[in-house]
Design a binder for this molecule. Sequence first.
Ligand SMILES: NC(=O)c1ccc[n+]([C@@H]2O[C@H](COP(=O)([O-])OP(=O)(O)OC[C@H]3O[C@@H](n4cnc5c(N)ncnc54)[C@H](OP(=O)(O)O)[C@@H]3O)[C@@H](O)[C@H]2O)c1
Length: 401
Amino acid sequence: MAEKVLILGAGGVGQVVAHKCAQVPEVFGDILLASRTGEKCRRIAEGVKKMQGREIRTAEVDADDTQALVDLLKREKPAMVLHVALPYQDLTIMDACLETGTHYLDTANYEPRDNAKFEYGWQWAYRERFAKAGLMALLGSGFDPGVTNVFTAYLAKHDFDVIDTLDIVDVNGGSHGQPFATNFNPEINIREVTAPCRHWENGAFVETPAMTLHRPFTCPDAVGTYEIYRMYHEELESLVQHFPSLKKAQFWMSFSENYLKHLEVLQNVGMTRIDPVLYNGMEIVPLQFLKAVLPEPSSLGPLTKGLTCIGVIAQGQRAGADRKVYVYNICSHEEAYREVGSQAISYTTGVPAMIGAKLMLEGKWMKPGVWNLEEFDPDPFMDNLNTHGLPWKKQDPVEVW
Ligand SMILES: NC(=O)c1ccc[n+]([C@@H]2O[C@H](COP(=O)([O-])OP(=O)(O)OC[C@H]3O[C@@H](n4cnc5c(N)ncnc54)[C@H](OP(=O)(O)O)[C@@H]3O)[C@@H](O)[C@H]2O)c1
């Protein structure tokens, strides 16, 4: 049965989610897109009408305001919220969902504004309340986190008896031609990449200074060779809990020399600070000001060329023998733009958000409580990736690592 859904957030990812939900009318019967700036929702709705031939409705709401959300949810009564605004709003939206009996999905775990520390603890604390209310919250249904969690669950189910080592590798081989821009929300992106690195080793997270360990990585299928840097990423937290056999788990992301040089200068001059400074008698947060002068991720769609390659390399044993298997997706920035008017970073996040919501509404992944993606059967998600724009491949034996 086709359901009504509320998409929250009209940025790069919100645009993709709106287009992809519109492509599946048998599941998403009535789509409402709401965000802080109503004009951005209306612009996306026009694009959806033009490219997908479907009308979607729009609204304006401040998702930091639980009461405003409750009012909107009571008025509209959607079956679920697909939250693709910012991680700062995770808890206000979960509160509003609890109050109104609405299912919940997001793509990034909660992070307080004044402390660049993201972790699942705040949201896992809602488990009992969601379970008691008969509601489901699916956390981190983007690509990483999201598909990387599903890839891990798929490898654990089909290829290994035991996985002991996990390397998640996220390469963006694309280029937007701008001197400096981030592919998703600049504030969230810069907070993430400037944080100290943490990786899992022998039962504990080990902290090292940001961006100190790096190595070249040659992607499969002629995507190219890129320098990848070890950093902390949120899926490590849930994966090491749900796969306790893991002895080592690391996350790697590619960065260009140009990006890192700009970032170093911005850090050195204090522009990435998240504490308020006094300017002309007014308090401003340097990183929020920086965001205001950088290109919006949603504006990079027509400019970005090239491919992304994101995947998981697992090592372990099956039937007593050592094994290593790599599962990955390659996505083209230009093809994503042709299909939904966005670059591949927004596309690779928005498609899994739609798929997670689809599986929930179809009842295939519907279970009261608060869950990460690796806690479900990966097979239906993997099938949907193949049919909704993010086909994956398996490399066995592994040539890339
Ligand atoms: N899991 C993954 O693979 C992955 C990858 C990339 C991004 N993400 C996550 O996806 C989310 C969206 O990223 P994006 O690149 O689309 O960011 P974006 O382009 O900056 O869009 C964010 C949107 O949220 C809206 N918003 C912000 N605060 C709001 C509030 N209080 N109430 C209502 N709307 C509000 C913004 O409205 P305004 O335009 O009015 O500011 C904007 O439309 C982020 O949480 C990001 O961390 C996840």
